[in-house]
Design a protein around this ligand. Structure first.
Ligand SMILES: Nc1ncnc2c1ncn2[C@@H]1O[C@H](COP(=O)(O)OP(=O)(O)OP(=O)(O)O)[C@@H](O)[C@H]1O
Length: 274
C-alpha cells in the first residue's frame, strides 16, 4: 500500500494551536487498485407510518474512507446510520455491511457483524455507577481489546476525569468518553451521529486528530453525520447530501469543490432550501 499525502489549503488557513493539522488527509492508493467495500447500499427505502423518509438511497463506503452524511434537520441522516448499525429495519432496497446483506442475516450472524461495528449516538446516561477509568477497563475487557487504556486516556485528555463518575461529567465529556469507548474495539466500521456537537473547539480537534490517526493506523472506515460543514470540508473524503429522501449528491469532497463551490458550506446552502 502506498500512502500519498495531500495538504488542503483550507486546513492551513484554519490551523489551530494544537498544531495537529499537520494532520493531513492521507489518501490511500493501493498498488493493486483494490479497496475493500465496507458498506454498499442500493435503493434503500424507509417509511415511518406515512412519512417516507428514505426514498431510494445509493451509497458505498470503502475501507479507510471518512464519509460525512449531511442534510437538514429531519432529512433522515440518523435513520440512515441506524440502519447501517443494524439497529433499524428497512422497507426496501439492499444494505450490505462487510459484504453481508443485512436482511438475510440470522440473529447470530447479526451479532457477529456487530462486533466489527462501533457506534456513538447521542450521549447517554449509561453506567451511572462507574468511574471513567472503570468504564474504559470494562469495555476493553468486553472487546478483548489490545488498545492501551492509558494511551486512550491521554489521547482523549481524560486524565483529570479518570476517577469521576460518568453521570457527573458534563455533556461534552460524556460525549468524549462515549467516543473513547467506541474506539476501544478498533472497529472496521465506526458510525458517529453528530460526534462533535457539544464539544468545545479543542476537543473537536482532539476527536478529529484521533479519527485521522485511527483511520491511518487501522484502515477503519468512518461514517458520520454533522451539521458543521467546515469539518466535512476539512476531514471527510466523501460527502453524501441527503435531500428529499435521496442522496442528491454523493461525491468526493474535492469533486464537489471542483465544481465551483468555494466551500462545502456554500455547496450546502445552495443545494438545500429551508
Ligand atoms: N422512531 C421514529 N418513529 C417515527 N418517526 C421517526 C422516528 N425516528 C425518526 N422519525 C422521523 O423521521 C424523520 C427523519 O428523522 P432523523 O432523525 O433520521 O433525521 P436527521 O436527519 O437525523 O435529523 P436531525 O439533523 O434533526 O438530527 C423525521 O421526520 C423524524 O421525525
Amino acid at each position: 500500500m502506498q500512502l500519498t499525502v495531500e495538504k488542503r489549503p483550507v486546513i492551513e488557513k484554519r490551523q489551530t494551536d494544537l498544531e495537529w493539522l499537520d494532520i493531513v488527509r492521507v489518501q490511500r492508493t493501493t498498488t493493486e487498485g483494490l479497496r475493500m467495500e465496507i458498506v454498499r447500499v442500493s435503493n434503500l427505502q424507509k417509511t415511518y407510518g406515512d412519512n417516507k423518509v428514505l426514498r431510494g438511497i445509493d451509497f458505498t463506503a470503502n475501507a479507510g474512507e471518512v464519509i460525512g452524511v449531511i442534510g437538514k434537520n429531519g432529512a433522515g441522516k440518523s435513520t440512515f446510520l441506524e440502519i447501517l448499525m443494524t439497529l433499524k429495519p428497512y422497507d426496501n432496497g439492499n444494505v450490505a455491511v462487510l459484504e453481508m446483506e443485512l436482511q438475510s442475516l440470522s440473529t447470530s450472524q447479526l451479532e457477529h457483524i456487530r462486533k466489527d461495528i462501533s457506534a456513538v449516538l447521542q450521549p447517554t446516561q449509561f453506567y451511572k455507577t462507574l468511574k471513567v477509568i472503570e468504564l474504559l477497563k470494562l469495555f476493553k475487557a468486553y472487546y478483548n481489546s489490545n488498545v492501551d487504556i492509558e494511551q486512550i486516556v491521554s489521547d482523549f485528555k481524560l486524565g483529570p476525569h479518570r476517577k469521576k463518575y460518568f453521570d457527573k461529567l458534563s455533556g461534552g465529556w460524556k460525549q468524549i468518553v462515549s467516543l473513547a469507548i467506541a474506539f476501544l474495539s478498533e472497529p472496521k466500521l465506526l458510525i458517529l451521529d453528530e460526534p462533535t456537537t457539544g464539544l468545545d473547539p479543542h476537543m473537536r480537534n482532539t476527536l478529529w486528530t484521533y479519527i485521522a490517526d485511527y483511520n491511518k493506523r487501522t484502515g477503519g472506515t468512518v461514517i458520520l453525520t454533522t451539521h458543521n460543514m467546515d469539518e466535512v470540508e476539512m476531514y471527510c473524503d466523501k460527502v453524501m447530501l441527503l435531500n428529499d429522501g435521496v442522496n442528491e449528491v454523493f461525491d468526493s469532497t474535492e469533486g464537489i469543490l471542483s465544481t465551483g463551490y468555494k466551500s462545502i458550506n456554500e455547496f450546502y446552502l445552495s443545494k438545500v432550501s429551508i
